[in-house]
Design a protein around this ligand. Structure first.
Ligand code: GTP
Length: 377
């Protein structure tokens, strides 16, 4: 019987050990650290917007606020430095002249070649004859091996371009009113671009500016101006497409007076359909502006690459409005820098600004000596 109690006792013990072990094992599994599932998180997910949680107030994506950053236009004084490189095409004129004038013997053939070179650069007949005459005289009188031909040529070219002309832009108004710059010229000469670039020059000089998109003929012109203005924080007054340009100009100048801005720049369409039409349109624009404030500058935009043809068209404008300054555009693409002399002679007004490229700050105040230095290389 004893062995029976022993077997039962051993069986109970075995049962206790098995059940207890299983319970311990189960407890052990529960307490073990939970292994993370295989992760698909990559570095880019970290930058992804947080997933929205159902619970209110948690992880709501903030809308992105775009703060417009205004550009700081380059100051005008440093722009002329670029004139030298940009006039590379016209450099052939300076180098050609220097080469011919440095010949040992200045015979008639050489003087003829000099004349051809000047005429080819669009300087014009009269100024060419004057320059050749002066060079002949000076080189005959001062001639000799020691003569600095380059210095003589430089002086005479500067005289021809005329350093005595007043090239300052009249952008300030009288009696506290705004200065009004009216920009005119044939389509495609770079008028709208020049207005945009001019706004940047004025902003660089810390002036407050308002633009008037009075070119209501070409809808894109107003958008173009809008883009120029936005970049430097300048507002544009515009009217309905095909609307009256004079009413846009009037509103803009009125606005400018009320807001006390320094300068209002007015872009015009100035379609050259016929002289009478042009006169009526620009005449009206000018008249209505002057009900608010006097026009301080009438800037005629002229494309340097169009040569004599461009000059004839420009002349029509100068007969219609009292042009006070010329903005000569696309001088960078022209080998005919001599047009500066021709245009001043024919229109009797100074070149005040030169366009030297398509970049936003590629408009520079004109300076006779810097221009001649750029020509001579
Ligand atoms: N290379 C060069 N291109 C210029 C210069 N000035 C203007 N342009 C370009 O000339 C083209 C015509 O310029 P716009 O300003 O649209 O001409 P626009 O006279 O206002 O033309 P409309 O509005 O049709 O009267 C554009 O492609 C300008 O980028 C310059 O100085 N150099």
């Amino acid at each position: 019987m004893e062995w029976l109690y022993l077997v039962i006792g051993l069986a109970i013990l075995a049962l206790v050990v098995v059940v207890g072990g299983a319970a311990l094992l189960a407890r052990g599994r529960k307490g073990a650290p939970v292994e993370a599932p295989p992760s698909s998180t990559t570095a880019t997910d970290v930058l992804a917007p947080p997933v929205e949680d159902d619970a209110a107030g948690t992880a709501v994506a903030e809308p992105e606020v775009v703060v417009p950053t205004l550009e700081r236009p380059e100051r005008p004084a440093s722009r002329l430095v670029r004139l030298r490189q940009r006039l590379a095409g016209s450099g052939t004129l300076g180098k050609g002249l220097l080469g011919l004038l440095s010949r040992e013997k200045l015979d008639e053939d050489t003087w003829e070649a000099i004349e051809d070179l000047l005429l080819g650069a669009d300087i014009g007949v009269q100024p060419t004859q004057e320059l050749v005459e002066r060079l002949r005289t000076r080189l005959r009188v001062e001639g000799g091996e020691a003569t600095d031909v380059r210095a003589v040529l430089r002086e005479e070219l500067i005289t021809l371009v005329d350093p005595t002309m007043d090239r300052s832009l009249h952008v300030s108004g009288a009696q506290g009113g705004p200065g009004v710059v009216l920009v005119v010229g044939v389509n495609g000469t770079g008028k709208t671009t020049t207005v945009g670039k001019l706004a940047r020059i004025l902003v660089a000089e810390e002036r407050s500016v308002l633009l008037a998109a009075a070119d209501t003929f070409r809808a894109a012109a107003a958008d173009q101006l809008g883009t120029w203005g936005e970049r430097v924080g300048v507002e544009v007054v515009r009217g309905p497409e095909g609307g009256d340009p004079a009413s846009v100009a009037f509103e803009a100048v009125k606005d400018g007076v009320e807001r006390g801005v320094d300068t209002v720049v007015v872009d015009t369409a100035g379609r050259l359909q016929n002289k009478q039409g042009l006169m009526d349109e620009l005449g009206k624009v000018k008249r209505v502006i002057e009900k608010q404030a006097p026009v301080s500058e009438v800037l005629l935009v002229l494309d340097a690459t169009t040569g004599q043809n461009g000059l004839i068209q420009a002349k029509v404008f100068s007969e219609v409005v009292d042009v006070t300054g010329i903005a000569l555009t696309k001088l960078d693409g022209s080998a005919k820098g001599g047009i500066v002399v021709a245009v001043q002679r024919q229109l009797g007004v100074p070149v005040k600004l030169v366009g030297l490229g398509e970049g936003p700050d590629d408009l520079a105040p004109f300076d006779a000596a810097a221009f001649v230095d750029a020509l001579l290389g």
